[in-house]
Design a protein around this ligand. Structure first.
Ligand SMILES: Nc1ncnc2c1ncn2[C@@H]1O[C@H](COP(=O)(O)OP(=O)(O)OP(=O)(O)O)[C@@H](O)[C@H]1O
Ligand SMILES: [Mg+2]
Length: 372
């Protein structure tokens, strides 16, 4: 057995995993805890198998994360993948079809894991697959008008095909996922210990939710969210078009909320790779000091809240706000740019206003010459 020649995985307890996630992911504490536990159990499972005492009686803790756009689902997965020393693949469910149709077979997900593991099968068998956009493979046959007639090639078939991966069976995996594959290059991979994390927005789920007066979550769980979404039940997901067998193989469910104004503010400044830090560093290279005032950051956050895209749109807004400054950075050397509410408003107005020729001569938001 090749597994015994390799080192056992790092010993990490859930609190350590969560602490690492906390550095990069703001809020979403329930999701971070659930992922930390799932990752911890996964490491336990791998150690047990490597020590020759596989945990046969314990089910895998595959996870389903549900939350609005830009709340950090993919970001959580990427962050987790960075510090767990395991093969980790992020797959987009919409790229897959059931076998025989144009598109990737689901085995390709495992093929990519194999690639990550430098073609070492036993190492790939310890990996983690994050399947994003699973809400897009819901059964939609009641409306589907596809070239395949009533056949729902995009959704239900992919869920069906994924069952064998999720539950842990031997599958035959193409070894050359980056090229067109030929018939001969398949290797058997056992998916028993591969952990699956799935995520989706299920954004129009409310259409399928039955009206309920009583909220399903306790008040404390919901307190942090600005506009608390009602708890999503198994029945809601079934109505939405997820298969019972598919859901049954994702026993850990986490519902993420939209980020609050204060959390969005933290997203801008706190993580080591935050957008503000990045632009501050960029400008520092030109000798320009970026001084961020809370009023300015809040103005950016409010703009993002208006767009309803969570943290996703904030980097673009910041880019718009700083465009002129970045453009003129070389000539601004030695100056301090104060990013306050007035600066943000003026910069956004300048960047979204009428085409340049039609505009009255603009004030200079960068150096604060008044408009005339
Ligand atoms: N909770 C968070 N903490 C820190 N940064 C975040 C958080 N949520 C989102 N971001 C930032 O916003 C970007 C977009 O978020 P992400 O891709 O995780 O959204 P998502 O929940 O996967 O949305 P979608 O359903 O649209 O895919 C991330 O790359 C990250 O920079
Ligand atoms: Mg995403």
């Amino acid at each position: 057995m090749t597994t015994l020649t390799r080192e056992l995985p790092k010993r990490l307890v859930p609190a350590e995993i969560k602490a690492e996630l906390d550095r990069y992911v703001i809020g979403q504490h329930r999701a971070k805890k659930a992922l930390a536990v799932a990752a911890y159990n996964h490491l336990k499972r791998i150690r047990a198998r490597m020590l020759g005492t596989p945990m046969t009686g314990v089910r895998k803790s595959n996870v389903l994360m549900i939350g609005p756009t830009g709340c950090g689902k993919t970001h959580l997965a990427r962050t987790l993948s960075r510090f767990l020393d395991l093969p980790f693949v992020i797959a987009d469910a919409t790229e897959y079809t059931e076998a025989g149709y144009y598109g990737k077979d689901v085995e390709v997900m495992i093929g990519e894991l194999l690639l990550q593991a430098d073609m070492d099968v036993s190492r790939a068998e310890q990996g983690i697959v994050f399947v994003d956009e699973v809400d897009k493979i819901a059964r939609r046959s009641q409306w589907a008008v596809t070239g395949a007639g009533n056949r729902d090639i995009g959704g239900e078939g992919v869920q069906q095909a994924m069952l064998k991966l999720l539950e842990g069976r031997q599958v035959f995996v193409p070894t050359n996922v980056t090229q067109h594959w030929s018939k001969h290059d398949f290797v058997p991979v056992d998916t028993t210990d591969i952990l699956f994390l799935c995520a989706g927005t299920f954004s129009d789920l409310h259409l399928y939710q039955r009206r309920r007066n009583a909220p399903g979550f306790s008040a404390t769980d919901r307190a942090a969210a600005p506009d608390p979404a009602p708890a999503i039940t198994e029945r809601d997901l079934l109505r939405y078009g997820m298969l019972a067998e598919f859901l049954g193989r994702l026993p850990v469910r986490v519902q993420l909320g939209a980020l609050t104004e204060d959390e969005l503010l933290d997203v801008l400044v706190k993580p080591p790779d935050s957008a503000i830090r990045e632009y501050t560093d960029l400008l520092r290279q030109d000798g320009v000091t970026l001084q961020c005032e809370e009023s300015g950051l809040r103005a950016i956050v409010r703009r993002a809240l208006e767009h309803d895209t969570g943290a996703r749109g904030m980097r673009t807004i910041l880019e718009d706000v700083l465009q002129e400054t970045l453009f003129r950075a070389p000539e601004l050397a030695g100056r301090t740019i104060v990013l306050d509410a007035d600066f943000v408003e003026a910069a956004l107005q300048a960047s979204t206003g009428a085409p340049e020729e039609d505009r009255p001569p603009p004030g200079d938001p960068v150096t604060r010459t008044p408009r005339r």
